[in-house]
Design a protein around this ligand. Structure first.
Ligand SMILES: Nc1ncnc2c1ncn2[C@@H]1O[C@H](COP(=O)(O)OP(=O)(O)OP(=O)(O)O)[C@@H](O)[C@H]1O
Length: 227
């Protein structure tokens, strides 16, 4: 089953009196449960594609479908529940709220939907990623790897079907990066979710089920990997 689809999407930006095309007629269909890597050099359009696939921004033309539902024209208030439940996000720079503890950061998306089990779920996740002892620490009291593990818990608390990750190991050293990636993949398998991850890294791409290679806003290769 296809859980996520981009149909012939284009993204152009007006810069001065010129239009710059950063994604040019891109189509991609992601089956449920896949680990898809979007790879390409700097400026090739990876983050733009992730942003459009996840409904954070709108394409200039083309359609985006999540679970068969066309989300292209949905308004902010219609997209908000989708973002908070069907989708989880992990960013390169963690995006944790500095004034909230690890536990509070993780609980936040569950509290938004008034989940009475928010605290219990956050605790289970903190234990799962080995950070229960850090529950009451603020982000500035955590290492980069710990912050990213907290951010992963926050992304997962509402049990999203699709997790989008933009260079999730980009701010970590190689040992921490590897541990964070392994954790993301283990959790993806446990929860049978779909993972769409942006990276420049060939090493990470080699772990994916499929790699979409972007160059100058176009898909130049879309292929399953043989593990
Ligand atoms: N708001 C914007 N206005 C104008 N141009 C933009 C805007 N956002 C992105 N771009 C341009 O679109 C192109 C693709 O950017 P994008 O961030 O998607 O690339 P990327 O492959 O993720 O790069 P990196 O690996 O460096 O993060 C770049 O040339 C960038 O300068």
């Amino acid at each position: 089953m296809t859980i996520l689809e981009a149909r012939q999407i284009t993204k152009t930006y007006a810069v001065g009196d010129r239009n710059i095309c950063v994604l040019d007629n891109v189509s991609v269909a992601v089956p449920a449960g896949e680990f898809l890597v979007i790879k390409g050099s700097s400026g090739s359009g990876k983050t733009t594609l992730l942003t459009l696939l996840s409904g954070l921004d709108k394409p200039s033309s083309g359609r985006i479908l999540i679970e068969g539902r066309d989300i292209t024209d949905l308004k902010e208030d219609e997209l908000a529940p989708l973002r908070n439940t069907t989708i989880g996000f992990v960013f390169q720079s963690f995006h944790l709220a500095p004034s909230l503890t690890a536990m509070e950061n993780i609980m936040f998306p569950a509290e938004l939907r008034r989940d009475v089990r928010a605290e219990e779920k956050a605790e289970i996740l903190l234990r799962r990623v080995g950070l229960i002892e850090r529950s009451h620490n603020f982000p500035h009291q955590l290492s980069g790897g710990e912050k990213q593990r907290v951010a992963i818990c926050r992304a997962l608390i509402n049990d999203p079907k699709i997790v989008f990750a933009d260079e999730p190991t980009g701010n970590l050293d190689s040992a921490n990066g590897k541990a964070v990636l392994e954790l993301l993949l283990e959790l993806q398998k446990e929860r049978q979710s779909t993972l769409v991850l942006v990276t420049h890294s060939t090493e990470i791409a080699e772990m994916a089920d499929r790699v979409v290679l972007l160059k100058d806003g176009k898909i130049v290769c879309d292929g399953a990997r043989v593990h």
